[in-house]
Design a protein around this ligand. Structure first.
Ligand code: NAI
Ligand code: ISE
Length: 346
């Protein structure tokens, strides 16, 4: 039987996940949708010729007994209440990043999931499913470069919407590196610091762009991440890990090389939808398969969402203090330690 999914938020990524579930993945169907912009939801139903129920809000959708799993792809501020309701209704949850916009909000979700007693929540940190990052992880775990010492990254968007603010460079953009670097190095953060290079003429007056964030881990690894969201030339994700015995670098997506008009060119794309298309497919397919076949979830957890939020908060503090901000992380609850071990065995 196909997994019956209800989608809350049918904007850019909600629509994209509906497309992949409907057109390219196996084992699931969209049975319900909702969006505060009801016309947007209707348009998506029409576009994919879905006979799903259109609900006026998330509460009714979550309570529909026909909905077995919920995709939360609304704006970040709306995530917490939908996740908490879905946990209460014992539905499996795939929630886009951020899990919640505050660390306290993420902690409320962690506590609700622990009280429920079984994992229900997967957070949409899709980079863990990207082939390139998986290869980096394998190399680090296989001791190919010895102990990692430094990580140099860039997260560049061609442009951003007018509403994008300086702190969104952390909560909305850097949050991907916060999660994936901690997963790669398997170490927690202890401090964060932010630097502002010369500002680009392409950023609106209210936005500081680019920014450089320095993160330090417990074992002393230093990571510098350039966030540049008006780089204009394309969507460009770079990651280089320098170890004691060598260096590994995230590969670019494989695309043909075009030699034309006296130049050599390789398409790098203009947005995240294209760059991480395969990672989103794998991430969502694994969610579907794990829920259907094992009655659980196995991807990035609510605890990972909480750690990312605490780290992001320290980075936001560092944006204004111009100081090195400490990151104090509590111990991982046994519930998530056990679930991590189980997920690795799946
Ligand atoms: P969007 O603005 O294109 O779409 C969000 C949709 O949610 C809108 O249609 C809006 O009307 C709807 N919405 C807002 N509050 C709602 C509520 N309470 N109930 C129902 N619908 C509601 O935004 P986008 O880019 O699709 O982002 C959505 C989420 O996905 C954000 O949390 C964002 O950070 C995340 N995201 C993740 C990406 C990734 O790489 N994993 C990429 C892009 C977005
Ligand atoms: C967006 O919300 C994403 O999650 C993209 O992956 C990221 O590159 C972009 O900066 C965010 O705004």
């Amino acid at each position: 039987m196909a997994l019956k999914i209800g989608v809350i938020g049918t904007g850019a990524i909600g629509r994209d996940h509906i497309r992949r579930v409907t057109k390219s993945l196996a084992g699931a169907e969209i049975v319900a949708v909702t969006d505060v912009n009801q016309q947007a939801a209707e348009a998506v139903l029409d576009e994919f010729k879905l006979s799903a129920t259109l609900y006026k809000d998330d509460v009714d959708l979550i309570e529909d007994p026909n909905v077995e799993a919920v995709f939360i792809t609304s704006w970040g501020q709306a995530h917490e209440s939908s996740v908490l309701r879905a946990i209460e209704a014992k539905k499996f949850i795939f929630c886009e990043k951020p899990l919640a916009t505050t660390a306290d909000g993420c902690m409320r979700i962690v506590e609700a999931e622990i009280a429920h007693g079984h994992p229900l929540v997967q957070v949409g940190f899709m980079r863990r499913y990207d082939n390139g990052y998986k290869q980096l992880k394998q190399a680090i775990d296989g001791n190919v470069i010895g102990e990692p010492l430094m990580v140099h990254c860039a997260h560049r968007n061609a442009s951003v919407a007018e509403r994008y603010s300086t702190d969104m460079a952390i909560h909305d953009t850097l949050i991907h590196e916060i999660d994936v670097l901690r997963w790669l190095i398997d170490d927690d953060y202890v401090s964060a610091q932010v630097f502002y290079p010369k500002k680009t003429k392409h950023a609106l007056p209210h936005l500081k762009d680019p920014q450089i964030v320095m993160l330090e881990t417990k074992s002393g690894v230093i990571m510098n991440v350039e966030i540049f969201v008006n780089c204009t030339y394309g969507y460009d994700i770079q990651c280089e890990v320098v170890g004691e015995d060598g260096l590994i670098r995230l590969p670019d997506e494989a695309h043909i090389q075009v030699r034309k008009d006296g130049q050599i060119g390789i398409d790098i794309g203009m947005d995240w939808q294209k760059r991480f298309a395969h990672a989103y497919d794998v991430e969502v397919q694994e969610f579907i398969d794990t829920v259907r076949e094992k009655g659980t979830v196995s991807g990035p957890t609510a605890w990972d969402g909480y750690i990312a939020a605490v780290t992001a908060d320290a980075c936001v503090r560092a944006q204004t203090s111009n100081m090195r901000e400490n990151i104090d992380l509590p111990d991982c609850p046994d519930f998530y330690k056990k679930e991590k071990t189980k997920a690795q065995a799946l």
